[in-house]
Design a protein around this ligand. Structure first.
Ligand SMILES: [Zn+2]
Length: 300
């Protein structure tokens, strides 16, 4: 399912088509070369009516240089259009016309003014894929990703992402471009007390663990692999879906990740821009109609 979006050509109006089989039934209705169905229904013989209709569509298919008398047409997947509009509404509040008038209902037309607005609103360069430098924190033995600095995350602030806070609020750990970081609250602000790009987490089982109600919350020692420097605090990274008191090793890595910039919608944007341009050139509106396997371009 999706939308067929097209612009009709002006060939029939300009006398640049072959002659239709039954010219007396042919009309231009809303810029579209169509049968006059009111006239057609005056014919009582249904077989004859069907024949006229069939001949008309067969003629229209090759009557001019434009297949089906459409100077341009595009099939747009409706799921693609829906998610494109959601994307526009979320990230591009400056696209009021496109989001309001893009194909979404059963069928419709873009007035020429809207085609002009679409050309102004949509900048193809906004829809190229982009790459962001990402920081990843992985558990080493199984290669499980704990977290990464996904810039689309709500928690992404000041170049780092908060992973966890201790239950007493005194410690917090984060991931950022400088690696894994543990900070301590010293009343007025947080101080970085541990920074590492490769470290071991050792769960401390002795010496009265912290408790929340009756649940013990063990402290951990974090040991930097390069310097051997370590800190102990009430934080514990849990990479697996089960809890373990075994030593775990973690590593920070860097990479590039393709970030959504409307990449999936590029073909839709390209199609809308092309049709909007042709719409302005021909003076005919962009038309869209729902299509599926049965309802194809043939009968439009
Ligand atoms: Zn034509």
């Amino acid at each position: 399912m999706g939308y067929l979006v097209y612009v009709n050509c002006n060939c029939y109006k300009n006398g640049m088509t072959s002659d239709p089989p039954k010219k007396e039934f042919v009309r231009i209705v809303e810029e579209r070369v169509s049968l006059d169905f009111q006239q057609l229904l005056l014919i009582n013989d249904k077989t004859l009516r069907d024949k006229i209709e069939e001949d008309f569509y067969n003629w229209k298919e090759t009557a001019c240089e434009h297949p089906f008398m459409k100077i341009a047409y595009e099939y747009l997947d409706d799921f693609g259009v829906d998610s494109m509009i959601e994307y526009f509404q979320f990230w591009h509040e400056q696209l009021p016309i496109t989001t309001k008038y893009a194909p979404r209902t059963h069928e419709g037309m873009f007035p020429i003014d809207h085609a002009k607005a679409i050309l102004e609103e949509l900048d193809p360069s906004d829809f190229e894929p982009e790459y962001e430098k990402m920081v990843f924190l992985n558990e080493k033995s199984k290669g499980i990703n704990i977290i990464n600095t996904d810039i689309l995350s709500d928690y992404y602030t000041m170049g780092s992402i908060l992973i966890q806070q201790s239950l007493d609020g005194k410690y917090g750990c984060s991931l950022g471009q400088f690696g894994f970081n543990i900070s301590e609250d010293r009343g007025t602000s947080f101080y970085s007390i541990f920074r590492s790009s490769e470290f071991t987490q050792r769960t401390i089982l002795e010496n009265q663990p912290l408790k929340v109600g009756d649940v013990p919350v063990h402290k951990c020692e974090f040991i930097d692999k390069e310097t051997g420097k370590s800190v102990i605090c009430g934080l514990k990274l849990k990479p697996f879906d089960y809890d373990t008191d075994e030593d775990l090793e973690f590593i920070v890595s860097y990479g590039l990740l393709s970030v959504l910039r409307g990449y999936e919608y590029t073909y839709i944007v390209t199609a809308l821009l092309k049709l909007a341009e042709i719409s302005i050139e021909t003076g005919n509106r962009m038309v869209w109609t729902k299509w599926d396997q049965e309802n194809s371009i043939h009968n439009t």
